[in-house]
Design a protein around this ligand. Structure first.
Ligand code: PLP
Length: 412
């Protein structure tokens, strides 16, 4: 506002919304990424839980190539056979009866919110518009999604709070009960928070929230964009509650396309009862190219062996990271999360730690509450997991050395 000097155009001509690491990759294979200089990195962030099957998975590469030579795009005014196949596969493996396909996670959230409001409207309750969300959440970057998550740093400057979004405290069920009222449409949560720092709701809490929703006619929306599709060692994180905490609506994306932009909003036929012809749509969502790769991806992700593998590797990583916490108490404070959505809460700045990890040729993600996240491909082998721990330990050593070094005299 008090800005007087004219802003300079950045050399890359990109809108300055990212603080990028000075690395560019040109090739990937499995859990390895290779820079334009040919240096290899162990990828334990998988493009933020996207490349769940690793880079250049042969089935996904073949699916894209085959489809690219046949047909890329038609329109949702026609039937799209692979869209129907992928919907059949997703609904067969979940609580859901129907799907709407999108190009991103935040669009899947947008569809979930619209579906919930339209449901109550169609039932004769147009006043039920409020979506209750929780602190530490992340639901993407549309205007609705930022106000649903209500993270102060993401909403700042984007205008007045949207009506119809209510903020609740993570984990506080008594407060939540008081917030649910005659204008509540839905409760929206991530069973395991991703960006918030791998915080997990307990199974008992999810069951209690499901019960609260049943008692009050409130719809339950899960955002499993990050924690879903095998990441926690079950196909969906809500399955850990043994069928007692199923949602009415769920947003999925990230691993769904394994790197090709695909998202989906899943719902029961009851919850989707307001979504009639003309009420929603997308030009690209669910197009033939996206569906070919989505189908190939989900066919792999539903395999029980893969889910068992995730649980095994996650167990190993957790045990080893706990060892590092004991050996580097000045660096590592806590290990959290579920399956291969692992959060490590640090005593030293997480951005610096990510640089130490890059120096050790290990790629990890940041996270809220001064965490770093390990989100490796679900196909990470035990040998690769061992290597990840060795590299992570190098980062711990660097962080510890830096924390113990006397403050540099005369440093800028
Ligand atoms: C990544 C993410 C989103 C947003 O997905 P986009 O594809 O970036 O729009 C929403 N919710 C959660 C939990 C996520 O991890």
């Amino acid at each position: 506002m008090a800005e007087t000097t004219a802003p300079t155009v950045p050399a890359d001509h990109l809108m300055g919304v990212y603080a990028r690491a000075p690395l560019a990759f040109e090739r990937g294979e499995g859990v390895r990424l290779y820079t334009t200089e040919g240096e290899a990195y162990l990828d334990c962030m998988a493009g933020i839980a996207v490349t769940a099957l690793g880079h250049s998975h042969p089935k996904l590469v073949a699916a894209v190539k085959d489809q690219a030579e046949k047909l890329w795009h038609t329109s949702n005014i026609f039937r799209i056979p692979n869209q129907e196949k992928l919907a059949a596969l997703l609904t067969a493996h979940t609580f859901a009866d129907v799907c709407f396909f999108t190009n991103s996670g935040t669009e899947a959230i947008e569809c979930a919110i619209k579906t919930a409001r339209k449901y109550h409207w169609a039932k004769g309750h147009p006043e039920r518009i409020d979506i209750i969300g929780f602190d530490g959440s992340f639901h993407g970057r549309t205007i609705a999604a930022i106000f649903a998550a209500n993270n102060p740093s993401y909403v700042e400057g984007f205008g007045p709070p949207l009506p119809g979004f209510v903020g609740a405290t993570f984990g506080d069920l008594e407060a939540l009960k008081k917030l649910v009222g005659p204008t509540t449409a839905a409760i929206l949560l991530e069973p395991v928070q991703g960006e918030g720092g791998a915080r997990s709701w307990t199974e008992a809490q999810l069951k209690a929230i499901r019960q609260l929703c049943d008692e009050t006619g409130t719809l339950l929306i899960y955002d499993e964009i990050q924690c879903g599709l095998g990441r926690t060692g079950k196909l969906f994180a809500y399955e850990w509650a043994d069928g007692a905490a199923e949602p009415d609506i769920m947003a999925v994306a990230k691993a769904l396309g394994g790197g090709f932009p695909v998202g989906a909003c899943l719902a029961t036929i009851e919850a989707a009862s307001g979504m009639t012809p003309g009420s929603h749509g997308s030009t690209y969502g669910g197009n033939p190219l996206a569906m070919a790769v989505g189908l190939a991806s989900v066919e792999e992700l539903v395999k029980p062996q893969l889910l068992a593998h995730v649980r095994e590797v996650a167990g190993y990583l957790n045990q080893q990271l706990s060892g590092l916490r004991d050996r580097y108490p000045d660096v590592v404070l806590d290990i959290r999360g579920k399956g291969l959505l692992i959060g490590v809460k640090l005593a030293t700045p997480n951005r610096e730690f990510m640089q130490h990890a890059r120096d050790a040729h290990l790629l990890i993600a940041g996270g809220g509450d001064n965490c770093v996240r390990l989100l490796p491909p679900l196909t990470l082998t035990l040998d690769e997991a061992r290597e990840a721990i060795e590299r992570f330990e190098q980062a711990c050593q660097a962080a510890q050395a830096k924390a113990k070094a006397p403050a540099q005299v005369g440093a800028a």
